[in-house]
Design a binder for this molecule. Structure first.
Ligand code: CO
Length: 148
């Protein structure tokens, strides 16, 4: 396990579209473990693979220790409801924050580290975190979603 470097805004990798994960192998598991360590060190709530320089559709979210780290591989938002306007920040954009417009509720379909299909639901902060991390896989940053 290792701490990886978090890519900062201005690096073109943050604007690229990540490719789907096809192999649920040891390499993926190492990436997930490293991302977990990196997220803990940075004390964030979520991290996407492009933020550590890997253009693969992988992201993690951790909102409370009880639930632990949610691993999302090839995630897709399949349902959303409502709207929220709340403060958001990003580990790739240090010392800044802004109010974004996000759905209040989302349902995410993804795969786990073994390739099984999994579903997660989130409201409020959790919905924001899912949307924020999935956006990273499409080269979108929270600054693109700021309230007008
Ligand atoms: Co971010």
């Amino acid at each position: 396990m290792a701490i990886r470097n978090i890519v900062k805004i201005g690096d073109p990798i943050l604007r690229k579209t990540s490719r789907s994960v096809l192999n649920f192998d040891e390499k993926l598991h190492i990436l997930l473990e490293d991302m977990k360590d990196t997220l803990h060190k940075a004390q964030g709530v979520g991290l996407a693979a492009p933020q550590v320089g890997i253009l693969r559709r992988v992201c993690i979210v951790e909102l409370d220790e009880d639930e632990g780290v949610i691993e999302l591989i090839n995630p897709v938002i399949v349902e959303e409801k409502g709207e929220q306007h709340e403060v958001e920040g990003c580990l790739s954009i240090p010392d800044e924050s802004g109010i974004t417009v996000r759905p209040m509720y989302v349902k995410v379909k993804a795969q786990n580290r073994y390739g099984d299909t999994v579903f997660y639901e989130g409201e409020g902060l959790k919905a924001r975190a899912f949307c924020h991390e999935i956006d990273h896989l499409n080269g979108i940053l929270y600054k693109d979603r700021l309230e007008k």
